[in-house]
Ligand binder design. Structure first.
Ligand code: HEM
Length: 459
């Protein structure tokens, strides 16, 4: 047996191509209804009932839910060349244009190369200072005994981090407020709105469409203004600066429009996912005092009383395990979609050209074949010895293959540093009656206004 096979046990798979099974329905109206009513339970039940590759019709189109890690690897890596963006990318284009998340083909390839220059390890390390500075400034206003809204507070911190990392000190307080307001409108549009689900044209006169148009116009005005200042000679060593000077092999640089699309993409892709990771982690810590104690002990031992830096991250393995386990249970990106651009064979099943393929982190991360006691919060699943027993794609919070999240190391460093700054000084206790109530939209969010917690100082 090869080392790889020994590290990643593979269940025996049929090699004969056959049709996948799934719930009945030719047009799929009932499936769509069930999906819309309780998406998380619907997908989990499909996997339990029909197995590793499930076929279902929704809105008359074939959909395939792929649940086995080897098959997920086949979709994301082996067949990546014939996998396009899923239908939802068209909705996202409305705010993101053709940034890295929504573009395809040659444009995506070129952009991925250019954008990678801002995400090399040395550059990522350099963003650590801003992450710590912004978080320390945010928690400075916290008071012992105060009640805060956990989700809103994490969102405020990560939004300020991304603004600082992208634009440095180039955003005034007023502009910052405008961006925050506009980003909230955009988030809300993608999260819950009938306009997004029905892919309503932007000119249709609904109040939400109007708010969305205004929010995009505000963001555009600010970003184009910042780009113009930079082009006129203002020098800053921030992420935008790296993107402005990034050159491809023939010396070409990004246009203003492309820079705008990438900046908005980074803003949106960074702040909500990382804020949710932190909110879920702090929620879990409040429920698991034994884990919290171990985390505090590691922070105390490694940092003493000083602030963390990017260099400390690798010396905080337990903190990393806590975050990884939180993303297993509550993956901020809870599904990833693809459209088959050609017919393919996945796990011995025929998938026709044009089918939508759904890979769900929510489903696979809770599969008892890979994670015994799947609902349990156990950071020690991520000790190196135990983690290497897992199939490679049993855990994929950041996706995988050529389109793997470009910000994955950035996000892990950011979550670790923010958690370290908070947990070094504060305990967050859930107020009575507060429970996590999930609302899956583009990300796995909290239903309603967010959890309320009480702050207690550690020292
Ligand atoms: C916990 C935080 C995060 C999670 C869970 C997450 C998750 C993901 C996932 C699953 C994908 C792949 C989507 C697909 O294959 O279709 C992705 C792509 C992407 N993410 Fe993240 N992300 C996080 C943080 C970030 C951060 C911090 C940034 C930037 C600073 C970022 C920027 C992007 C971009 C630009 C893409 C598109 C990459 C491409 O298609 O080439 N993400 N993310």
């Amino acid at each position: 047996m090869s080392q790889q096979a020994a590290d990643h046990p593979v269940t025996p798979r049929s090699r004969v191509t056959s049709e996948a099974v799934g719930p009945p329905g030719v047009l799929g109206a009932r499936n769509l209804m069930r999906f819309a009513t309780n998406q998380l339970a619907f997908l989990r039940n499909l996997a339990d009932e029909y197995g590793d590759v499930v076929e279902l019709k929704m809105l008359g189109r074939p959909w395939f839910l792929v649940n086995h890690p080897d098959d997920i690897e086949a979709v994301m890596v082996k067949h990546a060349r014939v996998m396009g963006r899923d239908d939802y990318a068209k909705v996202l284009e409305r705010a993101l244009g053709f940034g890295l998340l929504t573009s395809e083909g040659e444009l995506w390839k070129r952009q991925r190369r250019l954008m990678s220059q801002a995400f090399v390890p040395k550059r990522i390390q350099s963003y650590g200072g801003a992450m710590v500075r912004v978080t320390e400034a945010a928690v400075k206003g916290w008071r012992h005994g105060q009640e805060i809204n956990l989700h809103q507070e994490m969102s405020r911190i990560t939004m300020e981090v991304v603004a600082d990392v992208l634009f440095g000190a180039g955003v005034s307080a007023t502009d910052g407020e405008t961006v925050r307001g506009a980003m909230e409108v955009i988030n809300e549009f993608f999260a819950n709105s009938p306009e997004a689900i029905a892919k309503l044209a932007p000119w249709v006169p609904t109040p939400r469409n109007f708010r969305m148009r205004r929010a995009i116009a505000q963001i555009d005005e600010l970003i184009f203004r910042i780009i113009a200042r930079r082009r006129a000679g203002e020098q800053r060593d921030d992420l935008l600066g790296t993107l402005l000077s990034a050159e491809d092999a023939d010396g070409a640089r990004m246009s203003d429009q492309q820079l705008r699309d990438e900046a908005v993409t980074l803003f949106l892709a960074e702040h909500e996912t990382t804020a949710l990771t932190l909110a879920h982690t702090l929620f879990l810590l409040s429920k698991h005092p034994d884990v919290e104690r171990k985390l505090h002990a590691e922070l105390k031992q490694t940092l003493g009383d000083r602030s963390p830096t990017a260099d400390d991250v690798k010396a905080l393995p337990y903190t990393e395990r806590v975050i990884k386990e939180s993303m297993r249970l509550f993956p901020p990106a809870w599904t990833t979609g693809r459209e088959a651009l050609e017919a393919v064979d996945i796990g011995g099943h025929h998938i026709p050209k044009g089918a939508q393929i759904l890979l769900s982190q929510w489903v696979v991360h809770r599969d008892p074949r890979w994670f015994p006691n799947p609902e349990g919060f156990d950071p020690d699943r991520w000790t190196p010895e135990r983690a290497k027993e897992l199939p490679r794609f049993a855990y994929f919070p950041f996706g995988g293959g050529p389109r793997v999240c470009i910000g994955n190391h950035f996000a892990m460093m950011e979550a670790t540093l923010i958690l370290a700054v908070i947990a070094e000084r504060w305990r967050l206790d859930l107020l009575p009656g507060q429970e996590l109530e999930l609302e899956p939209s583009v990300t796995l969010r909290q239903k309603g206004p967010g959890l309320r917690v009480r702050l207690t100082t550690q020292r």
